[in-house]
Ligand binder design. Structure first.
Ligand SMILES: Cc1cc2nc3c(=O)[nH]c(=O)nc-3n(C[C@H](O)[C@H](O)[C@H](O)COP(=O)(O)OP(=O)(O)OC[C@H]3O[C@@H](n4cnc5c(N)ncnc54)[C@H](O)[C@@H]3O)c2cc1C
Length: 459
């Protein structure tokens, strides 16, 4: 008889895991409480305009090797788009956009060359930037001291980085990757991101995105792959509780009342959802549960704006020293997919943009009207052609639990992907992958967890 796996959560991690086991001929059931797959990477269609909106516009990096294997497995590779070489734009004033652009040199010389040409910074600041190279190479080749108790700020300053390069270059990167400012984020995770992105190959540093959105990759390509390999995908169904016997998790009870038995149950859900599930299952007194209580969420706020004019030609741009940190042109970012209708409102002359604030910010508590006012102040201050722009429509997405907050000293509490309680396995972006909460961390956790499930002979 085929062995059974029950996967809780239909985000990127759950979809990848389901695809791996469905392809192996395991009897897969994937359960997702939302009406669609994709989880925190979900993509929605705005009903009035037809525009696609990601819960937060997602960027990939060339070094996302596990995520690329996921896309490859489900036949979605042609949806991935990558820059030829890393190029990042910084809008600093109404007149000036600076570009951090890497030439095609062997890594990490490509970043060193980009830094030397980045005249947004003084020569002194740029030279300080070079001093991080030896430290990153040392970490790449020999591994290095754990750094886990330091903040990224303290570590970068210790590596000779000036306050100006930290503020201009490393801060946006830290906010994008760790969802925390340098003064709060873990040095270890920041260092791991820099090594993976900048020290391996030129292609690893380039930025990418998924046309149609990452969520759509899950909800169409992954769903089709899983189902065509005999897997079952249940959406709008909650896993209410886990079933256990003889100190082993053996299955789950669903919100439909159905009971599912499985040889392995894998949770890919966020730590706070897992805690709630364990509580409902009367398992919250198990010893490793204490560690999960330590995970605090960190928010991301996305304001979607429809204007009657275009703001910029850039696909995405960092807004320096403004309240909103990033601006994405949604129509460029997501494009249109054959299954979705094209944008209607403001289609000819206007645009649909997403402005992001990563991490804790007082603006997370502002009303939509206030956010629009503040965003337009930022936009008008930086892009003169929008001074008379009209806002046609706006919507806000507040992801209060966008990621866990990767403060220093949190790494020892991240559980290893794999068996966690007898019969219950963990995967998901917050498990111990050495990376911050990203699509790549989710996919890497899946590969680690799947290997352990297979090695233990459970499936
Ligand atoms: C606004 C925003 C912007 C981001 N930007 C980027 C980016 O640019 N690049 C990047 O790499 N990453 C980014 N991320 C992070 C990325 O989205 C996540 O790392 C990734 O989506 C996590 O996938 P996952 O499958 O591990 O978890 P999730 O996506 O959280 O999936 C877990 C799923 O489990 C479901 N679930 C929970 N409890 C139950 C239950 N009891 N029963 C059934 N289902 C349940 C949830 O509904 C959810 O769908 C961003 C995240 C946010 C929120």
């Amino acid at each position: 008889m085929a062995k059974r796996i029950l996967i809780i959560g239909g985000g990127v991690s759950g979809c990848y895991l389901a695809a791996i086991f469905a392809e192996r001929g395991t009897e897969v059931t994937l359960v997702e409480r939302a009406g669609h797959l994709g989880g925190r990477a979900a993509v929605l269609q705005e009903p009035q305009t037809g525009d696609l909106l990601e819960l937060g516009p997602h960027l990939l990096m060339g070094c996302y090797s596990s995520f690329r294997r996921f896309a490859d497995k489900i036949g979605g590779t042609e949806r991935l788009r990558f820059q030829n070489d890393l190029s990042m734009s910084f809008r600093v004033s109404s007149e000036r956009t600076w570009r951090f652009a890497c030439p095609r040199f062997p890594a990490p010389l490509h970043v060193a060359a980009a830094l030397m040409r980045f005249s947004r910074l003084s020569v002194w600041d740029r030279l300080s930037g070079l001093r991080i190279g030896p430290e990153l190479l040392r970490r790449k080749w020999f591994g290095a001291d754990p750094l886990d108790s330091e903040t990224a700020w303290v570590w970068l300053r210790r590596c000779g980085q000036t306050p100006e390069i930290c503020r201009t270059l490393w801060q946006p990167l830290c906010e994008a990757a760790l969802n925390l400012p340098l003064e709060k984020g873990s040095a270890k995770l920041m260092a791991n991101v820099l090594v993976e992105a900048f020290c391996r190959s030129c292609a690893d540093s380039s930025l990418g995105w998924v046309t149609g959105g990452t969520g759509s990759l899950c909800d169409t390509d992954a769903r089709q792959f899983i189902e065509s390999h005999g897997g079952r995908v249940l959406t709008r169904v909650n896993v209410e509780s886990l079933r256990s016997g003889n100190e082993q998790v053996t299955g789950a009870v669903l919100s439909t009342g159905q009971r599912i038995e499985a040889n392995a149950v894998v949770s890919t859900i966020a730590p706070w959802d897992l805690l709630a599930l364990l509580k409902r299952s009367d398992l919250s007194r198990s010893p490793p549960v204490e560690n999960i209580r330590r995970f605090e969420p960190s928010p991301i706020l996305t304001l979607n704006l429809w204007l009657d004019c275009e703001i910029t030609d850039e696909h995405f741009i960092h807004l320096e020293s403004r309240r909103f940190q990033w601006l994405f042109d949604n129509r460029k970012h997501l494009g249109a997919t054959p299954s979705m209708s094209p944008p209607r409102l403001g289609e000819k002359s206007g645009g649909c943009y997403s402005l992001l604030i990563s991490g804790p910010s007082v603006l997370n508590e502002c009303s939509k009207e206030e956010l629009v006012r503040l965003a337009m102040e930022d936009v008008r201050g930086l892009f003169p052609m929008t001074r008379s722009a009209r806002v046609l429509k706006a919507s806000v997405s507040r992801q209060r639990r966008a990621t866990y907050a990767p403060y220093p000293n949190m790494e020892p509490f991240r559980p290893e992907p794999g068996q966690w309680l007898k019969g219950l396995y963990l995967a998901g972006d917050w498990t111990a992958t050495g990376l911050p909460c990203t699509l790549e961390s989710g996919c890497r956790s899946v590969e680690m967890s799947a290997k352990r499930v297979m090695l233990q002979g459970t499936l």
